[in-house]
Write a protein that binds this ligand. Sequence first.
Ligand code: KG4
Ligand code: ZN
Length: 368
Amino acid sequence: MLILGIDTSCDDTAASVVEDGVRIISNIVSSQSDIHTKYGGIVPELASRRHIEMIWPVVDEALKSADIKLEDLSAIAVCHGPGLIGSLLVGCSFAKALCFSKNIPLVAVNHLEGHVFSAFLEEPRPEFPFISLVASGGHTSLYRVDGFGRYTELGRTRDDAAGEAYDKVSKLLGLGYPGGPVIDNLAEDGNPEAIDFPRAYLPESFDFSFSGVKTAVLHYVRAKERSQNTEHRTQNTAPPAHPSPSRGEGKGGGESPGSNLWALGSEMLNDIAASFQACVIDVLVRKTEWAIRKEGIRRVTLSGGVSANSELRRRMKKMGEGREVEIFIPSVSLCTDNAAMIAAAGFHYFNAGRFAGMDLNPKAYLPL
Ligand code: KG4
Ligand code: ZN
């Protein structure tokens, strides 16, 4: 059974053909980060416009590289939320039109459910039940998953998502968007214990909070800049050259401290990145460990853009080895937004006969 998945929930236009919910035949993602990087974050109107331009070429390429025609599809699975409403609207309208004109069944998939099902696209596949940590730019949630449609949310972020914190810290450091990969790289050469940023463990809760660490980074950077400015004024010396961040070149910084990055020096930047990252990862790993203990489940899946992070992958695997817990982490291209995960979850909707009608409307807010 071949299902075409479509996802336009945020800033990637994605289409994929998946067989029987598990085998990827084609997987095409057109990224928009070139448009948004200079703004230090996603500009929703620009995202929608680019989706309109790219949706047909991306779907066409997914069908061509799978070497199939629309008539070969059993169904089209489209992500209908949560996400940016204008972006979602493009994918939903396109999928509905295609299904209507070619008489193809339509199923609607929750984006977060898609992330959970990305674990089934590679070997080895998890058995139910499992704990699922979804950490992306828009969400950070821990679920207990007992089967298709049987999700219990154990906790979620109370403010910023983990990826959002990466993106905001990157913006304030003048490193552009998306922040995750840049900070991941910088952290490789930094000392995670250099700066003691706060970790919000929120005892007795599986909820997360990442806005405090982001603000702590901002205060730290401002204080450093002030003290270095004073030092140069009193010594009457010129400030050192800009350390040239690897991406964004400070364009996303605007009035943020990123525009005064010269004050920090590249070694300091590495330490800030590593220390910030350590905070986020400590909390993600610790809460996942708690969930394993409380639910008595020894299988964990990781998904969402933040699970592309090299240190999080290392730490989660190490935790699994120590506790004899099976850890399932998809390849990086399946952690970040893609449509194969939408087709994988869509397969189960099709089997359950849960079809969507032409009245399907996207929803910006759509809890799992
Ligand atoms: O799942 P995703 O592609 O889109 C959403 O559903 O939000 O996640 C995007 C997020 C961004 O915030 C990005 O900075 C973050 O994932 N990200 C990373 C890494 N790669 C992407 N965060 C940390 N380390 C990475 N290597
Ligand atoms: Zn996502």
